[in-house]
Ligand binder design. Structure first.
Ligand SMILES: CC(C)(COP(=O)(O)OP(=O)(O)OC[C@H]1O[C@@H](n2cnc3c(N)ncnc32)[C@H](O)[C@@H]1OP(=O)(O)O)[C@@H](O)C(=O)NCCC(=O)NCCS
Length: 165
């Protein structure tokens, strides 16, 4: 079964979303619409009819050059102290829909959106995530995200490009 992924709209049912992590449930139920209005995040929802069953958020961020792996650092011009990147702030799937590869589908969609934007609209040399806990870290490790000293995780846009070119 495939479900569409759409920019979050006010008509979607967000109140029943439950992924089992309060922070991520509260975010989509109570804060997401405000963040959209303030342009803090772009928010994409996977829907079953109009019910939100998964979501992710993207924002602009930067990463200090000292934090990125040395092989990547060497390729960056020294004048860039902070490197432009894209933040995958949150990603979650409703408990009733887990284990159907929807998390992977959401992640791939986020990678594609971030990659397209970096090609056509705004420079970004990596996708960054800030894993909530060990569970989240294990999920991102599966998809080759590299852990940085800051605790955040990093996937070079060059690696992402290879998936879509
Ligand atoms: C993590 C999460 C998004 C995974 O979604 P899902 O739809 O259940 O996962 P999928 O069915 O797409 O799984 C794809 C693969 O990832 C693996 N996987 C899923 N959750 C995992 C985890 N926590 N740790 C390690 N691997 C995980 C699956 O086993 C599967 O592996 P396979 O290719 O070997 O079969 C979901 O469990 C969730 O919303 N968790 C709570 C919120 C959260 O922690 N979000 C992450 C960061 S903010």
């Amino acid at each position: 079964m495939s479900y569409p992924i759409l920019p979050l709209q006010s008509g979607f049912n967000k109140k029943d979303f439950c992924c089992g992590k309060d922070m991520l449930d509260n975010y989509i139920q109570k804060q997401a619409s405000q963040d959209l209005k303030r342009r803090l995040s772009a928010i994409f929802a996977m829907v079953d009819d109009s019910r939100v069953i998964g979501y992710y958020t993207l924002s602009s961020t930067s990463v200090s050059r000292e934090l990125v792996p040395e092989d990547v650092q060497k390729k960056m011009p020294p004048s860039y102290h902070d490197l432009p990147a894209t933040l995958l702030g949150r990603l979650a799937v409703d408990q009733n829909y887990k284990g159907q590869r929807l998390g992977e589908y959401l992640l791939m969609d986020a990678l594609k959106v971030a990659f397209d934007a970096s090609e056509k609209h705004i420079g970004s040399m990596a996708l960054i995530v800030d894993p909530l806990d060990e569970d989240a870290e294990a999920f991102y490790t599966k998809y080759d995200f590299i852990k940085l000293d800051s605790g955040k995780m990093f996937l070079p846009m060059q690696t992402i490009a290879a998936l879509f070119k």
